[in-house]
Design a protein. Sequence first.
Length: 271
Amino acid sequence: MRLIIEKDYKNISKWSANYIAHAILKAAPTSAKPFVLGLPTGSTPIGTYKELIRHYKHGVISFEHVITFNMDEYIGLPQDHPQSYSTFMWENFFSFVDIKKENVNIPNGNAADLEKECLEYEGKITAAGGIDLFLGGIGSDGHIAFNEPGSSLASHTRMKTLTYDTIVANSRNFNNDLSKVPKTALTVGIQTIMDAGEVVILVNGYKKAMALQKTVEGNVNHMWTCSILQMHPHAIIVCDEDAIVEMKVGTVKYFKEIESANINPATQLYN
């Protein structure tokens, strides 16, 4: 696991966008061999999306041969609802780059057979050759996608009931009305994420500090699903100074020393 400690959210966004851009450029995707990118929603990745859009507009990168798979979607919320994750992705990212609509994959929370939808979603990922890089974030309780505390670490795409804490956190997008927040969602599983070639996780702010501590210093535990990242051969966590306050001084010092000695020039290419 790599732990990249940046000064603030702006620098987290720049670092992660630069890393993703370099990964796509290095892969040199084509229509026959596209780059497969896993994507999250929520407030945390918005800065990264803005930076990727900027790279596209400056001619640094193209998404013409990129296939995307989103982590999750609410069940029962119309696709064109202002708070659906489909709407979020088009309003915050897809509409501003040259990605092909047919290359965008988001779970269908209105499918007639939700179990079938989950199986087919996994099948689409397999048919695309697997996810090359999965971008994500973690909740204050350590969940990744909608894999809440207690989720199976061997899980794949499935239906999931949301915890009260997650519903409260998401109510900010529903005028703080808990009754309007969907109580269930379709989500990729922990194993779905772990099967990706690389995983890049964004963590910012004091509210995520305990989850980050459990991820980096704790034991692998299904009550902190984020801790499974310790088992991934190519996991990167990009965090800010506020998010490291629960970690030991020695741990922080170690990761800062490692990164100072192993600076990846790819992350410095696009400013």
